[in-house]
Design a protein around this ligand. Sequence first.
Ligand SMILES: [Zn+2]
Length: 161
Amino acid sequence: MNPIEIAWLAGLFEGEGYFGFQSSLRAQILMTDLDVIEKVKLITMCRGAIYNKKPSPGRKQAYALQLSGQQAAELMVAIYPHMGERRRERILAGLRKWRDSPGPGNYKRRDKRYCDRGHVMFGRNIYIKPNGTRRCRTCFRAVFAAWEKRTPSRKKNRSRK
Ligand SMILES: [Zn+2]
C-alpha cells in the first residue's frame, strides 16, 4: 500500500467501514459498488471473498469485504492517522483486544496472556528472566519444586541458612 492508497482507503473506511473484535480483529467494508470493493480487495491483498449482503426490501444489492487478524491490524495501523476520533477509538480498542487475546496467531507474541499450560500471564504470575523473556511463575515454581524434591540435600542446606 502506498500513501495515496492508504489515504484513499482511510476515506472509504471512514464512511463505510466497520472495525471491531469478534473472535479476531476485523475490518469490514460494506458498499453497493462492487467495483470499489474489488479495488479494496486488490489494494489490501485481502484473501477473503467478497460476499453479497442480502438487500433489505427496496434497497440495492450490497457487497462486503472483511479483513481479519494480521491483515486487519496492518490496515488499521496504516489508516489510523487519517481517521476521525470515533474511528480511532474503535481501532485502538480493537487492536488492544486483539493483542490481549489468546489464540494460535498470538502464540509467539511476547505479550501473550496465557502460558502454554493455560495459566494467566498477568501481574505476579509473570516472572521475567534475566534475558528479558517472560515466564509463567506457576510453571516455574512447579519445575523448581520438582527439582528440589530430587535434590533433598541441597534443600537442607538452603533451609539452614
Ligand atoms: Zn504456566
